[in-house]
Design a protein around this ligand. Structure first.
Ligand SMILES: *[C@@H]1O[C@H](CO)[C@@H](O)[C@H](O)[C@H]1NC(C)=O
Ligand SMILES: *[C@@H]1O[C@H](CO)[C@@H](O)[C@H](O)[C@H]1NC(C)=O
Ligand SMILES: *[C@@H]1O[C@H](CO)[C@@H](O)[C@H](O)[C@H]1NC(C)=O
Length: 499
């Protein structure tokens, strides 16, 4: 792992500190007070950002702006529809990244005007310079929104800015420059940039003051030498941390190596972006798979979340990730956690399982279990369970189980005590050779566990269920499976549902 670590550190350092060697300061310019509206007027006259509308059939986009009278009509702007404006981030090569086109296509499924703030000319610099320019671009976005309000009465409250990486902070600056009676309706920050923003005051980065509704998706906050590509701290009303936010499934270095083998060294920027860009693809997924919305749950951190302790939806404690996220009830920041798959559709189903261990004959060493789940729609076999610590008598263990399939309502749970992988394969071999020896294993091992009920809470449906052992006084032995059925009286009707 040492080698891969060094590669990662090298890449992050390359990406974010390119300016060093060329004699440019890493420090951003002192970020002073908000300039007055007069200055936004000035910005309006000499814009460096191009504002493009992307209606169907306009591959390249159609430029709008006060300097192009009649452009709104020409570009098919529908002023009775809201505007969703995409803001890209820092640019290494001065070319729009391919996710932009995918996001545009996904947004076109909605009754909105889709636009792009093209600030490549200001973003294609060393990172620290692009950071400095971000404030100016924010000012130009604000000026353009004001122009839209004056010319076609499009209220800023009907505007949704979606900013990726550095673009998220551009959106934040735009929000604070808009001023006036109405705030911008919504800002979505897709893995907002971390370097030079982490730990800054709310005025110097995207924050929840910048729009009526600010949501953020954090996907690459793993630190290397004190730097993380995406910002770690909460910056929104709803901050989503998929898979804990540090790193994403499917972006692992093993896969990176595979990618490198296929595409050579050119693949490096593409692969390092995997987790960073995942925020965009999660957002796109929420538009393309309306029936598979991912839910995030408020939690203090990944530790509690992976114990299944946070699957509560009361009082706005959970929300849909992406386009269909619900507006906050209060102007307070909530950090939401969820797990996802490695590719679209990303949604998984979250369950909390609580198993009560009553007693044991002797202390088993790190027992491992698998669950088989039978639902009204599907069943799942051999879902591995990690309790994280040895079993102590008379204690209830809580853990998170995620399923990629919608199994429907759970009807039956089977808990299997796995021997270690090596032991199991040896045992299976022995059993195959001496089939009649099979029955001696439990008695010979001497280990057994007495279990109480299994309590389950489904995050996505908020349903709570209790499962009781089919045979009351049965003990669980290693390499054995125990069946639990719904304790509730209506379990018979459930059984009928699946047969
Ligand atoms: C403009 O949007 C409104 C509301 O979505 C819609 O009813 C109308 O047909 C649109 N007009 C055009 C010309 O597309
Ligand atoms: C464990 O609990 C079971 C069921 O309550 C009981 O029958 C058994 O005697 C207990 N064993 C020990 C060692 O306490
Ligand atoms: C198990 O815990 C409960 C509550 O914590 C306690 O009342 C009970 O006596 C305990 N039983 C044993 C066998 O330790």
């Amino acid at each position: 792992m040492g080698g891969t670590r060094r590669v990662a550190v090298f890449l992050v350092v390359c990406i974010f500190t390119q300016s060093r060697g060329r004699g440019q300061s890493l420090e951003p310019e002192p970020l002073g007070r908000r300039p007055q509206a007069v200055e936004t007027k000035k910005a309006l006259q000499k814009m460096e950002t191009r504002f493009l509308l992307l209606p169907d059939g306009h591959g390249q986009g159609c430029e709008i702006g006060p300097h192009r009278p009649g452009s709104l009509q020409e570009c098919g702007f529908n002023s009775s529809r809201p505007l969703v404006l995409i803001i890209h981030g820092w640019s290494v090569d001065g070319v729009l990244e391919s996710w932009v086109h995918r996001l545009v296509a996904a947004l076109r499924t909605q009754p909105v005007n889709v636009g792009l703030a093209d600030w490549l000319a200001l973003a294609h610099h060393h990172y620290a310079v692009a950071v400095r320019n971000a404030r100016l671009v924010g000012q130009e976005v604000a000026a353009t929104l004001r122009w839209l309000e004056e010319s076609v009465h499009l209220s800023p409250s009907s505007v949704h800015l979606i900013g990726y990486s550095l673009g998220a902070h551009v959106a934040g600056f735009a929000g604070s420059y808009v001023g006036g009676r109405h705030k911008i309706g919504r800002i979505t920050g897709l893995d907002a940039a971390g370097p030079l923003f982490e730990g800054m005051s709310p005025r110097e980065r995207l924050s929840l003051d910048d729009a009526a509704f600010v949501d953020a998706i954090h996907t690459f906050t793993r630190e290397h030498m004190g730097l993380s590509v995406g910002i770690k701290q909460p910056i929104a009303h709803y901050d989503f941390y998929p898979n804990g936010g540090r790193f994403q499934p499917g972006c692992h270095f093993l896969e990176l190596y595979k990618h490198l083998a296929q595409h050579g060294l050119n693949a490096i920027p593409q692969t390092i972006k995997c987790a960073h860009e995942r925020a965009v693809h999660l957002f796109i997924d929420s538009l393309l798979h309306e029936d598979a919305q991912s839910t995030g749950y408020q939690c203090s951190g990944m530790g509690s979340f992976s114990q299944g302790l946070c699957l509560d939806c009361r009082k706005g404690r959970c929300n849909s990730l992406g386009y269909h996220a619900r507006k906050p009830l209060r102007a307070k920041s909530k950090s939401l956690f969820l797990l996802t798959r490695a590719q679209a559709p990303f949604r998984v189903y979250h369950y909390q399982f609580k198993i009560q261990f009553i007693n044991q004959t002797e202390k088993p060493e790190e027992p491992t279990f698998t669950l088989s789940l039978l639902g009204t729609k599907e069943d799942m076999q051999q879902v591995p369970v990690t309790l994280g610590k040895g079993i102590t008598s008379n204690q209830t263990y809580s853990f998170l189980v995620t399923l990629e399939l919608d199994v429907g309502e759970l009807v039956l749970v089977k808990l299997r005590w796995e021997r270690g992988a090596v032991w199991t394969s040896v045992w299976n071999t022995v059993q195959a050779m001496v089939p009649w020896g099979g029955d001696t294993r439990s008695s010979s091992s001497g280990l057994s566990l007495a279990l109480g009920t299994i309590r389950v809470k489904a995050g996505e449906t908020q349903q709570r269920m209790t499962f009781c052992s089919e045979n009351k006084d049965d003990l669980l032995h290693p390499a054995q499976e125990k069946t639990f059925v719904r304790c509730e009286v209506n379990s018979k009707t459930l059984k009928r549902k699946i047969s």
